[in-house]
Ligand binder design. Structure first.
Ligand code: MN
Length: 309
């Protein structure tokens, strides 16, 4: 694995937050993962892999110029410590209008952002899961579980849109989606062959028009962007939204998901049409070929270039 040295993209050292365009914070935490572990190693792996990227624009040859303040990687001892470690830094950055990047960690790290992200922003969740459970992890009844993140976001009054959902939706979540009329906001990757759905009645928590039967192209992206009602967006990325063939390792791998191209194209359009204020990447388990961490680093680099910063 590439060596971490706590700079992202090796550009301009580590400028003070006040002179930076963006800030990045790593969270080496995977205590709230219910299945595979390993995401705690992701922040340093992503920062390390970022040094291998070409940072020139492919058309102009111009070098990437944004200044990024790096808070380094926190290693919290428990959930309380984890949330405390994120909130202050995220708040300080976002209030100063700095683009904020949070590198998890399991998906529960997003709990640390809820007091910091502007209230008038929509969380656009790229995820194979709805994460709308009240609590998870069996006997532990964990409200901060990675399977309850969207519920906590909802509790704080944020708007949300989901892209790539297809796995382990339980009855509690189905009822919640129907009750709160969230179905319009959820874009599903079908996990069964197209004909399985043919002529069938769809339940209240699922809209046929939101099923991504032919993958994601311009029409689907327009539909997704129309479902985002606010100008401001926070991109909340759980890498299990990606199809397992894409080579990005994660704790809860799931087939029939997005391709790298579909994800990239969708995020590009969101950055063009909306004001993206920040990005979180969670559930990435680094691999020994540097595939996942290189993709994540490239995503950070691209979003920093595409967003209106
Ligand atoms: Mn997930």
């Amino acid at each position: 694995m590439a060596k971490p040295n706590h700079t992202l993209f090796f550009v301009q050292g580590n400028p003070k937050l006040e002179y930076a365009d963006a800030a990045v914070l790593g969270l080496a935490f995977d205590e709230n993962a219910s299945f595979g572990r390993g995401a705690a190693a992701a922040p340093d792996a992503i920062m390390g892999a970022s040094h291998q990227l070409d940072i020139e624009d492919p058309l102009t040859g111009k070098t990437f110029q944004k200044a990024i303040h790096n808070f380094g990687t926190n290693k919290p001892k428990d959930v309380k410590d984890m949330i405390k470690g994120i909130e202050g830094k995220a708040k300080k950055s976002l209030e100063a209008k700095k683009f904020f990047i949070l590198l998890g960690g399991d998906h529960s790290v997003v709990n640390g952002l809820l007091g910091a992200v502007p209230k008038d922003a929509t969380f656009v969740n790229f995820d194979a899961h709805l994460d709308l459970r009240e609590e998870w992890q069996g006997e532990k009844k964990n409200k901060q579980s990675h399977a309850a993140v969207s519920k906590r976001i909802f509790d704080r009054g944020f708007e949300q849109v989901w892209i790539g959902v297809r796995d382990r939706i339980n009855e509690e979540e189905m009822e919640f989606v129907a009750e709160q009329s969230l179905a319009e906001k959820i874009f599903y990757c079908p996990s069964m062959p197209r004909d399985y759905y043919k002529g069938r009645k769809f339940p209240k928590w699922m809209k046929r028009k939101n099923m991504l039967f032919g993958g994601i192209k311009g029409k689907e992206i327009s539909q997704m962007i129309s479902s985002i009602e606010t100008e401001k967006v926070f991109l909340n990325i759980d890498v299990d939204c990606l199809d397992m063939r894409q080579g990005v390792e994660t704790g809860v791998a799931s087939p029939f998901g997005l391709s790298l191209e579909e994800m990239s194209q969708t995020i590009f359009e969101i950055c063009r049409k909306k004001k993206v204020v920040g990005l979180s990447i969670a559930e990435l388990v680094p691999d020994s070929f540097n595939r996942g961490q290189t993709f994540a680093a490239m995503l950070c680099l691209n979003v920093l270039g595409w967003a209106k910063i």
